[in-house]
Design a binder for this molecule. Structure first.
Ligand SMILES: [Fe+2]
Length: 252
């Protein structure tokens, strides 16, 4: 399985706070059947600070990849970031291509303020698409606008934007509203990917051990495979995600 969203690189954001924690996160993921993690530290949370594009990113990424090898942890680590879409510098970053996409593909993982208006999020996603990227909406179920009206997520889905649900939301660890919304999106077929968005080994851990039985009770095996394997694989291979005509009509 592939985990597309994970704050595993140590000491670059609010994720892994030491190399030891990061290695434990990696081991836990591997033991749960995850063979690939895209490392997605926050980028651009503060638009006045330089973001993680370039030299500094490559350095942190390579150091951690070397550490995994040194410890013999059989995990494929791929580059990425979770870009915070600030309206005042988003255009500049996209124009200058100063963003680290998921494994340098066309897919850009993007997050927003939880209370952003739906129209603001849509405008930013459209802007990202105009620059030739495919936006991957990080945890749509955590935004109030989607919690209040799932049709917003349906509009993004129809435009070909990718919806990435958080494991923690589905399992009820990120509040009741996110839990309800994630269940709704999942049952409507409005999800392309589920990822860990892991930050540590305890509260927001890596791995899909508790997620799998949850999904098996609710979803067809083909849907589970799409969410954890097939769609993430298309993304890291920079391939389009095929959408069957009947996708949203199917009962999962
Ligand atoms: Fe995240």
């Amino acid at each position: 399985m592939i985990d597309l969203h994970c704050h595993i690189i140590p000491m670059v954001d609010d994720g892994a706070q030491s190399a030891e924690v990061a290695c434990r996160m990696a081991l836990h993921a591997v033991r749960s059947g995850v063979d690939t993690i895209v490392a997605t530290p926050h980028a651009n949370l503060d638009p006045d600070q330089p973001n993680l594009r370039g030299h500094r990113y490559d350095e942190f990424f390579s150091l951690f990849r070397a550490l995994l090898r040194q410890h013999g942890i059989p995990l494929r680590l791929l580059p990425g970031t979770e870009l915070f879409a600030h309206p005042n510098n988003l255009d500049r970053l996209l124009r200058d291509r100063r963003v680290v996409t998921l494994n340098h593909s066309r897919y850009l993982l993007t997050e927003f303020r939880f209370h952003s208006r739906g129209s603001e999020i849509t405008a930013a996603l459209d802007r990202i698409a105009r620059y030739g990227y495919v936006p991957v909406v990080a945890h749509p179920e955590r935004y109030t606008a989607v919690q209040n009206d799932a049709r917003l997520a349906a509009q993004w889905f129809a435009k070909g934007y990718i919806l990435q649900l958080n494991k923690g939301s589905l399992l009820g660890r990120l509040g009741a509203a996110a839990e309800r919304s994630s269940h709704e999106l999942l049952s409507l077929g409005l999800a392309h990917v589920i990822a860990s968005d892991a930050h540590d080994t305890q509260y927001r851990p890596t791995g899909f051990v508790s997620l799998l039985p949850f999904l098996e009770r609710r979803c067809a095996p083909e849907y589970i495979e799409l969410l954890l394997e097939t769609n993430p694989q298309h993304i890291i291979a920079d391939e389009p995600i095929p959408v069957p005509d009947t996708y949203s009509d199917r009962r999962w």
